[in-house]
Design a binder for this molecule. Structure first.
Ligand code: M6R
Length: 614
């Protein structure tokens, strides 16, 4: 992990690689590096930011000059601490082969021991370095082999996941790439090619790309590219047109991507619904699942698998599908599902939810479900991502590229998709035509409500200022707002490093109440729904133990104002719609607390945007 770039063409490679690495910064990383090919194989790698690497390059660019081939990497430490020597690229002792690698080589320890026994000396603590040393060993045993042949042979020795790029002075003028479990995209320019782990570094150069699939390799030269399987069978790949612009991945005047993405939500909500929500006709059109809708409706059970924020969206999906469509739903962490030998069969539908479409655990859950014969449907944001391609059918969230590591607009887009799905599954079965029209009308009004909530930004910033030094936070919600409490707590902890926990409000008395005192701020989602009176009692319980309460309440609710220290009023809507509204103030609260504490909200420590390893 975490980001890969590569370039081969006629232009100076170093500035292009550095610009590409900047574009990948959103994924989260701790060190960065580049290796190039001119007469030699100059490289730079160090712990710290791409900006630091750029400064090192600018201090002495001469040795990099004239290189029109190169590879670059941002690393997110898994094996070996973040340090200069563990950064990629990794080179062999002769300094004439360089590799960068995303993923984890699971049998690296064994391979390393074998190589060490033969006299190989390792420069890093990483699993990745075994790849370059293996390539070196294979080449030393047969100098006539091509770079692609030695890479292929090396990959046969290893187990695990890889997105790999290799260059060498022994077979110059080409980049060899290979993929298993870690995404790689090739961008096709005019006499030049770009390689990246996602399309963000490519889109400013070309919108024509080829996505490699697992088990595929490519040899890229200035005059073309050839894709083969790892077993060396030639393949034809489709060239795909990217449909996102550079503007969409730039900050557009906001201080951080996260804030931009929070504020984009009303527009994103429109985009998710465009052409799909037909309130007047009382129907939802979901092209990606149309052919499978009957089978979905007949499911004995739906199992939703996801991680992190997408898992929270899945919990809301459970409530929505059970409420509207009356089909039993279970929600599982993808990481648990894949290892617990779940009882799944052809009568079940497994829905995987993923913003990136590349999360390793979610992908593994998808594959496990498929193996057991279940129908597998995806809800993904990134078009062409691995999960999107491996599911039988699916719905794109159309939230546009999400750059901030903390997921915001992707979450609301996922919930809207789940709401539309629940209604599509109900049609003709569990709700009347009029109920359908009403529910869709309510959904159509959500972007307008969201815009009004965003106007509360200043008030939320002021509340944030009072709590920025808190060491713990508790988030409480009931019913549809319980998963929102979990999401609010996750948002706060991941970007501000404040310990936060989400709980169903009624569970408080079974443990967390012991923690409540004047140093424990409690965020309570107390909108008017069937459990409103009960949640007021929960607020009383917090107050009587001197806890400070920040309440999210329905407009006009004077009762909550009497009990809470702060109230953030949001428009009233039905319980099913509420998560789409209540989450927005919580996103803003986390954002402001984190920025007031001086945290890097777009790139929180230790986190990656897309977790492509276990
Ligand atoms: O790309 P995915 O939706 O599969 O990612 C799942 C989680 O890694 C992700 O939601 C993570 O929890 C975010 N950092 C939350 O903000």
């Amino acid at each position: 992990m975490c980001g890969i770039v590569g370039y081969i063409g006629k232009r100076e490679a170093a500035p292009l690689l550095l610009a590409g690495l900047h574009r990948l910064e959103y994924r989260g990383y701790d060190s960065a590096g580049i290796a190039l090919q001119n007469g030699g194989m100059p490289y730079l790698k160090q712990k710290g930011s791409v900006g630091d690497l750029q400064k090192t390059y600018e201090a002495s660019p001469a040795k990099m000059l004239g290189a029109t081939i190169g590879i670059g990497h941002t690393r997110w430490a898994t094996h070996g601490d973040p340090s200069d020597r563990n950064s990629h690229p990794h080179l062999n002792a002769d300094g004439d082969i360089a590799i960068i690698h995303n993923g984890i080589i699971e049998n690296y320890s064994l391979v390393k021991q074998e190589l060490q026994a033969e006299g190989y000396v390792f420069q890093s603590d990483t699993d990745s370095e075994v790849l370059v040393q293996l390539i070196d060993r294979i080449w030393k045993s047969d100098a006539s082999l091509s770079l692609e042949a030695v890479v292929r042979a090396a990959l046969r020795h290893v187990e695990g996941a890889y997105g790999l790029c290799a260059i060498s002075l022994r077979d110059p003028g080409k980049i060899v790439v290979a993929r298993k479990g870690s995404p790689l995209v090739i961008g096709i320019g005019e006499g030049e090619y770009f390689i990246a782990s996602d399309a963000a570094p490519i889109v400013e150069h070309t919108n024509r790309v080829v996505y490699l699939s697992d088990g595929e390799m490519a040899v890229i030269t200035r005059s073309g590219y050839q894709v083969r399987t790892i077993e060396n069978v030639a393949m034809e790949k489709d060239v795909v047109e990217l449909d996102f612009s550079l503007e969409k991945i730039e900050k557009g005047g906001y201080e951080h991507f996260m804030l931009k993405e929070i504020f984009e939500q009303p527009a994103v909500m429109h985009d998710v619904m465009r052409g799909r929500v037909r309130s007047d006709e009382g129907r939802v059109v979901l092209g990606g699942i149309e052919d499978y809708l009957d089978r979905l409706k007949q499911a004995k059970r739906i199992v939703i698998c996801a991680c992190g924020t997408s898992w929270h969206a899945g919990l809301i999906g459970e409530y929505l599908i059970e409420d509207f469509a009356r089909i039993p739903v279970e929600v599982d962490y993808a990481s648990e599902f894949r290892y617990r030998n779940p009882i799944i069969g052809p009568d079940d539908v497994v829905i995987v939810i993923s913003q990136s479409g590349e999360t390793a655990d979610t992908l593994a859950a998808l594959r496990a479900a498929k193996e057991k014969g279940a129908m597998v449907m995806g809800i993904c944001n990134v078009v062409g991502s691995t999960i999107a391609r491996e599911t039988m059918c699916g719905i794109y969230t159309h939230a546009g590229p999400e750059v901030g590591v903390a997921s915001t607009k992707a979450f609301t887009a996922q919930v809207i998709v789940l709401y539309m799905l629940a209604l599509a599954l109900s049609k003709g079965r569990t709700i009347s035509h009029d109920e359908m029209r009403l529910s869709l009308r309510e959904l159509s009004r959500v972007p307008e409500h969201a815009s009004r909530i965003l106007e509360l930004d200043r008030q939320i910033q002021e509340i944030a200022a009072s709590y920025k030094d808190a060491r713990n936070f508790l988030y409480l919600g009931r019913g549809y707002n319980f998963p929102v409490a979990l999401e609010g707590a996750l948002k706060l902890k991941e970007i501000s490093y404040i310990h936060a926990e989400g709980y169903p409000a009624a569970e408080m008395k079974h443990g967390p109440i012991a923690l409540i005192d004047e140093d424990m701020p409690v965020v309570v989602i107390a909108t008017r729904d069937s459990s409103y009176n009960k949640i007021l009692s929960n607020i009383e319980e917090v107050r009587s133990r001197k806890g400070r309460v920040i309440a999210i309440a329905s407009e006009g609710d004077a009762e909550v104002a009497r009990l809470a220290d702060h109230v953030i009023y949001i428009p009233q809507a039905s319980a099913q719609i509420m998560p789409l509204l209540t989450v927005i103030p919580l996103q803003l609260l986390s954002y402001h607390i984190a920025t007031l504490r001086g945290c890097n909200v777009d790139r929180p420590r230790n986190l990656a945007k897309s977790v492509t390893v276990e």
